[in-house]
Design a protein around this ligand. Structure first.
Ligand code: THU
Length: 143
């Protein structure tokens, strides 16, 4: 697994923290920032965007994915998430699945504003992810 250098991780942290400060989270007050590192060395950040309908909320991680896809820069190496929590929190299940679309083995670094840090491989957080491979297996089925 290729991983960010110390300097890249510092840049990811700064980008995620700046994104977190833009979070639109008036309902939960749970502010999240995320920053993705691509194989080209570029960084894509996102914050959570809540909605009065609640269900239309988008998480910071999936918001960051939108930026990478729109830049046609989809080979993703790592994601760093930041929250203002007592301990580092890992991405929700839906975001794990969306991250796995681009690299099921990417490094997930979870941090807090107070210096907390933990990391896991996405393959540990979401083993046996559903993928394009499963769709191809279904299309081969004879009915
Ligand atoms: N949230 C994220 O942005 N990422 C996660 O992985 C977990 C949850 C957001 C969604 C919602 O705005 C708030 O945190 C509370 O769930």
């Amino acid at each position: 697994m290729s991983r960010p250098t110390a300097q890249q991780e510092a840049e990811l942290y700064a980008a995620a923290k700046a994104a977190m400060q833009l979070a639109h989270a008036p309902y939960s007050n749970f502010l999240v920032g995320a920053a993705l590192l691509s194989a080209t060395g570029r960084i894509y950040a996102g914050c959570n965007i809540e909605n009065a309908s609640y269900g239309a909320t988008i998480c910071a991680e999936r918001n960051a994915i939108s930026g990478a896809v729109m830049a046609a820069d989809k080979e993703l190496i790592a994601v760093l998430v930041i929250t203002a929590t007592e301990y580092p929190t890992f991405p929700c299940g839906m975001c794990r699945q969306v991250l796995a679309e681009f690299n099921p083995a990417m490094l997930v670094i979870s941090t807090t504003v107070d210096g907390g840090r933990a990391e896991q491989s996405l393959s540990t957080l979401l083993p046996s992810n559903f993928s394009q491979h499963d769709l191809e297996a279904a299309s081969a089925l004879k009915r």
